[in-house]
Every structure is written in C-alpha cells, then in structure tokens.
Design a protein around this ligand. Structure first.
Ligand code: SAM
Length: 272
C-alpha cells in the first residue's frame, strides 16, 4: 500500500479533496493512506512563524527550514544521504516547485508503486534551499506556470498516482485505455473471447466518448459506434486518437507505440 504524506501550512486546504470520489473510496478501501502534517505544529514561537525574509534581499518571504525538518523528522524521514538505496527505492521526498521536472503519467505510475511519497508544499517565494538539498530526492513541477502554493500541485500528483494503484479504479483496464495509457503489446488482445473495441493508448491521447441520447442538439453519435462491429469501432477510435494527438500534441507521436497502419493514417491526416 502506498502512503502519501503532505507537509503544508494549510492543512484545511485538502478537506474537500479527500472527501470525494476516487480519493475517498481508495482510502476507505484501505488501498492508499493519506496523511497531512501542519507545519505550524513544529514552530516554537508565540506567532507560530513558518516564514522569514530572504537573505540577500528581494521580494517575498521564504519557508524556514526548521519546521520542515522537524515535521519530516516526526514522520521518520531521514536526510537523503542517510537513506539506503533500498529505502530510496521504496520512498521519495518530493519538493513541489515550478523549477522541477515536469510531471507525467509515467511519473504517476512510478509513484503509485512506491511505499511512501512525501510532498513538501512550498508557499511565498518557496522553501529554504537547504531543505531541498538535505531531504528531497526529487523536484516536480505540474506545469510551466507559477501557483501560489504547492498544495494544488501535490493534490494533482496524488490524484494521478493514486488512481493507478491496483484496485483503486473499479475497472482496472480504464487506466490502460485512457490518454497516455499502455500500448497494445502489454494488454490482453481480447476479453473473454470478445475482441476489444479499443486499442491501448500507447502514449496517444484518448478517443472521443459518447453516451445516450443518440442525437443531441442536431449532432448524431458517429454511425460506426452504433453498429456493434468491434473491429470497425477499434479502427475508428484509433484514427481519432491519432488525429487528436496530431492536432493538439504532435510531440507525443515521437514516443508513441505506432504500428505501420498508424503511420499510414498519420500520413493521410498530414496530407489533409
Ligand atoms: N519563487 C518560485 C519560482 O519562481 O520558481 C515560485 C514560488 S511559488 C509562488 C510558491 C510555491 O508554489 C512553490 O514553492 C511551490 O511549492 C508551489 N508551486 C508553484 N508553481 C508550481 C508548479 N508549477 N508546480 C509545482 N509546484 C508549484
């Protein structure tokens, strides 16, 4: 079971998030554990001060190192230099920062397989650099923009990783067939003798989804989805995935698991 620990100066921020949907169900089923630690519990002055002015001058405030170090200590987190390779393989301490490596589905998969993921949520100008140096083995950014705190970023990462923990999603296959999902080779070719009506995403974006009614505001559901021909549906969906990826995220095609047929479709789509 993976346990997520969040260190923050705003513990209440997470209340609604934990009480709904998959996050709440996963905890109730005992498939993931989540803990939130209030950094102010680890201050020792009357004002419960967690921040201070930056050395060297400049804008804003910086989260002080002592409350963070004490909070990490209370969770039994050791400095990186004191963790064995096995410990580093089981547990990660993540600094959320726009300067980090961009978060991806591949990272979500990796985190879902660990025993413990500890998130340090920055605020103001960020966290005293020595905390990163001593305790953090990775820095993650959720995108090329600046948020006012790491809380949203940790919630995003926790959500994405948690739904990949086996048993969390009702239907295990759904994470293979969605955007950035597994490639065909790693998925069973058919289920109970019925050919699949979709390909593994293989790093592509998802295809469009439709439900009832068959017609909505003058737009009909594509004919192919109504006919019950699994092979035709599968072909159509794959073309839609390729078209959407080419249009919105062409760089993903470089890493995607593409077949000869896929490449032909792409050639046709590029020619317009
Ligand atoms: N001075 C920092 C910089 O320019 O890189 C920005 C600090 S930001 C206002 C405050 C905190 O929000 C950061 O310490 C980090 O924890 C969080 N944060 C902001 N943007 C983020 C992002 N794109 N990904 C992850 N965390 C982010």
């Amino acid at each position: 079971m993976v346990r997520f620990e969040i260190l923050t100066i705003f513990p209440e921020f997470f209340q609604g998030f934990f009480e709904h949907g998959v996050v709440s169900r996963a905890q109730k089923k005992g498939l993931v554990g989540i803990g939130v630690t209030d950094l102010r519990q680890f201050t020792h002055d009357r004002h419960r001060t967690v921040d201070d002015r930056p050395f060297g001058g400049g804008e804003g405030m910086v989260l002080k190192p002592e409350p963070l170090a004490e909070a990490l200590g209370s969770l039994g987190v050791k400095p990186v230099a004191e963790r064995s390779p096995e410990e580093l393989g089981r547990e990660t301490v993540v600094l959320l920062t726009p300067q980090g490596r961009p978060f991806t589905q591949a990272m979500a998969r990796e985190l879902a397989g660990l025993e413990r993921v500890v998130f340090l949520c920055g605020r103001y100008e960020g966290v005293d650099e020595r905390v990163r140096e001593i305790y953090c083995d990775r820095e993650i950014s959720i995108g090329d923009y600046v948020l006012s705190g790491g809380e949203l970023a940790s919630a995003v990462i926790l959500d994405a990783a948690m739904r990949l923990v086996p048993g969390v999603l009702g239907n295990e296959a759904s994470s293979e067939f969605e955007s950035f999902g597994a490639d065909d080779a790693s998925i069973a070719a058919d289920v109970d003798g019925v050919p699949r009506s979709q390909h593994g995403a293989g790093g592509l974006l998802d295809y469009p989804h439709y439900t009832r009614p068959a017609e909505f505001q003058g737009l009909a559901v594509p004919e192919v989805l109504m006919g019950g021909d699994h092979a035709a549906v599968r072909k159509w969906r794959r073309e839609q995935q390729l078209a959407k990826t080419l249009k919105n995220r062409p760089e993903l095609l470089e890493q995607a698991a593409l077949t000869v047929a896929d490449r032909k479709v792409l050639e046709r789509l590029r020619r317009g």
